[in-house]
Design a protein around this ligand. Structure first.
Ligand SMILES: NC(=O)c1ccc[n+]([C@@H]2O[C@H](COP(=O)([O-])OP(=O)(O)OC[C@H]3O[C@@H](n4cnc5c(N)ncnc54)[C@H](OP(=O)(O)O)[C@@H]3O)[C@@H](O)[C@H]2O)c1
Length: 261
């Protein structure tokens, strides 16, 4: 028996990194999973991996920065699997629409350009809102639903050079608490994960700010950078299952003790 038997999960940004890890772990626990990101080839690879382990998944190509595509991804999930119980809003874009990047470009507050702020906010905060709005009718009708959103210690601490990302990630936390307040009455939990885990995005960040990331690694209380699947999987399953039914609006620091608010 899997802890998520009979459920359907949508995981955005599931082509690699944390999203891919969560999608795989959910499938192992019995959820049918909609694997969402922009690149069809990586989606196909993740779906194939899940199927090779005996799980069920579909890949849905979607740019979460486009409202219609987010609603369409939820519609496609409903067509494929009939319902949705779990939504993980993990995708986050960087750069601009015409020149996307794999990670933040560090600039001071006074020099941060509007187009970059707009794109990062749209692909992080607006996309999260759209995903939540799209699954809400189904979750409300069921009287149960699990939404997991993503923040960052960078946003909580106001890490320098990271204006657009910090604004975005703190907006996601505020949105999550608001929805937690409004939707608790419908049995819908909205929680937030603030991760520090080894992924491509993290490694790109390390290239841009080697000293900062070196210090971070060396000062982590756990003295190692966590693995998305091994260290992130158990929390992902907990927040998607009945064990967390009485927990909502909370930020979970999945970060080896990096920050202890
Ligand atoms: N890793 C960390 O330590 C860390 C720390 C703090 C916060 N976070 C947060 O955790 C989440 C996952 O981070 P990660 O490190 O796993 O990132 P990652 O390795 O860069 O993976 C990002 C995923 O999102 C997809 N994606 C990017 N833009 C998208 C868009 N516009 N529409 C749809 N999919 C999109 C990418 O695939 P395509 O390019 O194919 O679309 C990829 O599958 C993010 O919200 C990030 O801000 C991570």
């Amino acid at each position: 028996m899997g802890q998520l038997d009979g459920t359907v999960a949508i995981v955005t940004g599931a082509g690699r990194g944390i999203g891919k890890a969560f999608a795989k772990v959910y499938a192992r626990e019995g959820a049918r999973v909609a694997v969402v990101s922009r690149t069809q080839s990586t989606l196909d690879a993740v779906v194939a991996e899940i199927r090779s382990e005996g799980g069920e998944a579909v890949g849905i190509a979607c740019d979460v920065g486009v409202r219609e595509q987010v609603f369409s991804a939820v519609e496609q999930t409903l067509s494929a699997f009939g319902t949705v119980d779990i939504l993980v809003n993990n995708a986050q874009g960087f750069g601009t629409q015409s020149a996307p990047r794999s990670s933040t470009k560090f600039m001071t507050v006074e020099e941060y350009p509007d187009d970059e702020i707009e794109y990062i906010f749209r692909t992080g905060a607006m996309s999260t809102l759209w995903g939540m709005q799209a699954v809400f009718p189904t979750m409300k009708a069921k009287g149960w639903g699990k939404i997991i959103n993503f923040s960052s210690t960078s946003g909580i601490l106001g890490t320098t050079g990271n204006t657009a990302y910090n604004m975005t990630k703190e907006a996601v936390r505020s949105l999550s608490r608001t929805a937690a307040n409004e939707w608790g009455q419908y049995g819908i939990n909205v929680n937030i994960i603030s991760p520090t885990l080894r992924t491509d995005a993290f490694e790109a960040w390390e290239v841009d700010r080697p000293e900062f990331v070196k210090a971070l690694r060396e000062n982590l209380p756990m003295r190692r950078l966590g693995d998305p699947e091994v260290d992130g999987g158990p929390l992902a399953v907990f927040l998607a299952s009945h064990g967390s039914d009485y927990i909502t609006g909370m930020t979970f620091m999945l970060n080896g003790g990096k920050m202890m608010p």
